[in-house]
Structure formats: structure tokens, C-alpha cells
Design a protein around this ligand. Structure first.
Ligand code: F6R
Length: 245
């Protein structure tokens, strides 16, 4: 399914409704979540939906897609900090997993993380943002499609963009859920907002399936929902050329 929303706020509401429906259908769902600018309206909208007291979160398992390697615990640059600020502290989620940023052995931490996802049968629902280089999670161009959770080296463009908010450089290593793990999700929701994402969305959805554009693998997913705002959609030239169900 390809849906164009009026703006990033409306997109966030639609995404929050997708989480709510999933949890009402299956309260112990395993749900993968991204950080970044794009999903903030989704977290805000979900917090609002929770106020109606109808969406069960007690049995849900939330997993973050990625986390930096080499920060101290509670560093404001960490994704753990971000998740607490935007989501966890507001809804009181009990079951939440995120790779340790200060793990002694990051490779082992990545393996453990994959093990935790596998033990629960994989993701029922996986939300993704997309980097301007086509990364999903922190799977940068060139990452094998067969990758599972691993330690990844970030591209300079990703470091630059993610550092903007902090005035200092974010780490160049991260633990990320792999592409294969993402692709095994039952349902994937890809979110993109703003004109800066149009170009990569065109390549992702209508270009060649190639590891040079990691997100292009999503063309192979049987249950993909794409949510874009009008700004992003303006630059997508070939939306009618293919249909996504
Ligand atoms: C972050 C993540 C990344 C972001 C991507 C887009 O957890 O998985 O793939 O989704 O870098 O980031 P924003 O939304 O800030 O443009």
C-alpha cells in the first residue's frame, strides 16, 4: 500500500493507528521501532491514542532497530535516551529492548539481540525511516541483504546528519538489526517525510533492487506499507507506475 498524507503530523497519526490496530489484534506483538526525526509525530500520536485506555501495551515487545556503539549510558545522543524521552516514559512500556551502547563486546551484543528477536518469532510489525543514502536501520549501502543483527560502520553523510542536533559527532559505529531480520517481519511500514527524501524514495521503490540502495530490498516484501507526506510525494515521479498492496 502506498499512502500520501497531508503532512508529517497526519502521517504520524496514521502510523500510530497501525501500531494500535496491531496491538488490539495481538496484544503480545513484537514491534520494531526507529528513531530519528520522521517517527516523532508517530510517537506523539500514539501517546495521545493511549489516553483512550483501549490500546494494550503491557504484553507488547518493542525492539529498537539500532543503537550507537561507544556512548555512556544515558548519553542524550543515544537512542535509548531518545526512546525514553519520546515514547517509553510517556506510556509506561514494560517490555522494551535496545542494544547496549556500552557493551564490552558489541559483536556479542549484536548476536544476543538477534537471539532475543528470534526467540519471539521475529517482528510482527516493523517501522522504518530511510536515510538519504537509502539506509534502513543502520544498514548502509553495500550491506548484504542476508545480514542479521550486526555491528555497522556509519557513512560520513549519516554521521553528519545525525550529529546536527548535538553540535558534536555521533559515533561511527552502531549495532543494527540486519536486512534479513527486517525482511522477515510480517508487516513493514516505511515512512518518509520532506522533499529531501523524494530522490531516495524514487530509487527505493522504482529503481533496481540493489545493495547500493539498501531500502530497495523492500520491493521484495509481500506486506509493505509506504507512508509519505505531500512534500515527499511531490518529488516521486512514478507512483502510478507500480502498485503496492
Ligand atoms: C534510526 C534509523 C535510521 C533512520 C534514518 C532516517 O533508528 O533506523 O534508519 O530511520 O536515518 O532518519 P530521519 O527520520 O531522522 O530522517
Amino acid at each position: 500500500m502506498f499512502k500520501i498524507e497531508e503532512d508529517s503530523q497526519k502521517l504520524g497519526q496514521t502510523a500510530a493507528v497501525i501500531i494500535a490496530r496491531q496491538l488490539i489484534k495481538k496484544p503480545n506483538s513484537v514491534i520494531a521501532l526507529p528513531t530519528g526525526v520522521t517517527p516523532i509525530p508517530m510517537y506523539n500520536a500514539f501517546v495521545e491514542l493511549m489516553k483512550y485506555g483501549i490500546v494494550p501495551v503491557e504484553d507488547a515487545h518493542f525492539f529498537n532497530l539500532d543503537e550507537y556503539v561507544g556512548l555512556t549510558k544515558n548519553d542524550p545522543m543515544s537512542f535509548a535516551y531518545y526512546m525514553d524521552k519520546h515514547f517509553l516514559s510517556k506510556i509506561g512500556v514494560i517490555k522494551h529492548e535496545i542494544p547496549l551502547t556500552n557493551a564490552k563486546d558489541p559483536e556479542k551484543e549484536a548476536q544476543n539481540y538477534e537471539g532475543k528477536i528470534k526467540a519471539l518469532g521475529g517482528f510482527d510489525l516493523c517501522f522504518l525511516g530511510i536515510g538519504i543514502d537509502g539506509h534502513i536501520g543502520f544498514n548502509e549501502p553495500g550491506t548484504p541483504f542476508s545480514s542479521i543483527t550486526h555491528v555497522a560502520k556509519l557513512q560520513p553523510s549519516t554521521i553528519k546528519r545525525n550529529s546536527k542536533e548535538f553540535g558534536k559527532e555521533v559515533p561511527n559505529l552502531a549495532i543494527t538489526v540486519g536486512i534479513k531480520t527486517i525482511m522477515h517481519s510480517h508487516h513493514i511500514v516505511l515512512m518518509a517525510t520532506g522533499t529531501e527524501k523524494s530522490d531516495i524514495l524514487n530509487k527505493t521503490l522504482f529503481g533496481e533492487v540493489t545493495t547500493s540502495v539498501p531500502a530497495s530490498v523492500l520491493q521484495l516484501h509481500p506486506n509493505l506499507t509506504i507512508l509519505v507526506d505531500k512534500e515527499c510525494a511531490k518529488g516521486i515521479t512514478t507512483t502510478n507506475a507500480r502498485s503496492f498492496r
